[in-house]
Design a protein around this ligand. Structure first.
Ligand code: MEV
Length: 437
């Protein structure tokens, strides 16, 4: 390992080139992970089948995925190592490299709204929608007090119901109806349980007041009152690489973003790249990635046309500036975030103390990930960076082990043929015998 620079904060120069054991030696020496959490992160003391059996039904095992750390992140002035669980090569390397570029201008700035979720109640069979809407709004304070009684613990820490909204759906396949929104501050929880309990609790009152029938009672994953935003500046001079000039890279990134901003086919892929980073941290911290995905894509279509979640442009000095805004319903208490030992260790590793802080880190990783993809796409293309890691996976599939993985991968990249049949052929030529299972 080349360790000219000393590791500090989230900078661990040379980490990528270390072996697994050496990486751990470094983390231990630098005291970056507590002794108790080592096994939780390596997997040795992570989720047991017994714990899993209490989480879902019909458990017959657990399913490991790679967990890596993204380096170089500075979010709101704080250095942190970001755990990411992801099966796709290049994601962690991409995020880490972009975080390195961003830290030259102070890293990522991020902010979040209050952690307010929306619970929905569909009210059917109402004779007079306008009248029912008026009556429900007149009873707003009573409804809020009823919902508030459900969770005294949440109330005590400053959460609880905040507001009632009543929306009219004028035309649907079954005609018109009302939708009541209960706005609920869930503090450090993801909030699904609190919100679902609350909407079920107030539904009978809604029926009495409106004269209608409360049908669905469930939270909305379009959590557009629980928004996270990240911003970054990349100095113009840091954008140049190989034969690419800084202006060319910057303008290429802006042109790529403009494509996503104006075409849903491109926007879907562009946003998928953002979610590569977002989901990886959401999963590492035991949060509900389907909820986050649903919220992100619904938010991307909020204007009626599906578009980019991020924006890219340049400032007065010609630097590249980016931002990302999306709903992020993530928590640090309750559910898998507490039960899964690896998730708890991940939250601890980042030194996260609130759900809002977690969302601020996640949205920053999403922005870094988006930049990594656009920078590659706007210059040499995505395949080049992918090749080395892809070749390693092919080498492993062909049966290579230990140092042969790297040797075989390098040879295939050099030849420009990364295929399992070629990998097997090379192993045979080298007289390689894999160890027996
Ligand atoms: C691949 O997982 C993600 C990208 O397709 C994102 C993008 O196109 O912006 C590279």
């Amino acid at each position: 390992m080349k360790m000219n620079d000393k590791p500090s904060g989230s900078r661990l120069p040379g980490f990528y080139n270390l072996s697994f054991d050496k990486r751990w030696e470094l983390l231990r020496k630098a005291n970056l992970i507590s002794q108790d959490d080592i096994g939780r992160i390596t997997g040795a003391d992570s989720l047991t089948v017994d714990q899993a059996d209490h989480m879902i039904e019909n458990v017959i095992g657990t399913f490991p995925l790679p967990l890596g750390i993204a380096l170089n992140f500075v979010v709101n002035g704080r250095e942190l190592l970001v755990p990411m669980v992801v099966e796709e090569p290049s994601v962690i390397a991409g995020a880490s490299f972009m975080a390195k570029l961003a830290r030259a201008s102070g890293g990522f700035k991020a902010e979040t709204s209050e952690p307010e979720m929306i619970g929905q109640i569909q009210v059917l069979d109402i004779p007079d929608l306008n009248l029912a809407q008026e009556k429900l709004l007149a009873e707003k304070q009573n409804l809020i007090s009823i919902a508030a009684g459900i969770d005294p613990v949440l109330e005590k820490i400053g959460g609880g119901p905040r507001d009632i909204e009543v929306r009219k759906i004028e035309s649907s396949p079954i005609g018109s109806f009302l939708v009541v929104h209960l706005i609920y501050d869930v503090r450090d929880a993801m909030g699904a349980n609190a919100v679902n309990t609350a909407v079920e609790k107030i539904s009978p009152y809604i029926e009495t007041i409106s004269g209608g029938r409360a049908h669905l009672r469930i939270l909305s994953n379009l959590a557009d009152r629980r928004i996270a935003k990240a911003y970054c500046t990349i100095r113009l001079e840091d954008l140049a690489f190989s034969d690419y000039k800084a202006e060319q890279v910057r303008d290429g990134i802006i042109e790529s973003w403009a494509f996503a901003a104006s075409d849903p086919y491109r926007a879907a892929t562009h946003n998928k790249g953002i979610m590569n980073g977002v989901d990886a941290v959401v999963i590492a911290t035991g949060n509900d990635w389907r909820a986050v995905e649903a919220g992100a894509h619904a938010f991307a279509a909020r204007g009626g046309i599906y578009t980019s979640l991020s924006t890219w442009g340049k400032d007065d000095s010609g630097n590249l500036i980016g931002s990302l805004e999306m709903p992020l319903a993530v928590g640090i208490v309750g559910g898998a975030t507490r039960v899964h030992p690896g998730a708890r260790a991940s939250i601890k590793l980042m030194g996260i103390t609130s759900a809002r802080e977690l969302a601020e880190v996640i949205v920053s990783v999403g922005l870094a990930q988006n930049l990594a993809a656009l920078r590659a796409l706007a210059t040499e293309g995505i395949q080049r960076g992918h090749m080395g890691l892809h070749a390693r996976q092919v080498a492993i599939s062909a049966g290579a082990e230990g140092s042969f993985i790297e040797r075989l991968a390098e040879k295939m990249v050099l030849e420009g043929t990364i295929r399992i049949d070629r990998a097997q052929e090379l192993l045979e030529e080298w007289g390689y015998l894999p160890s027996e299972e």
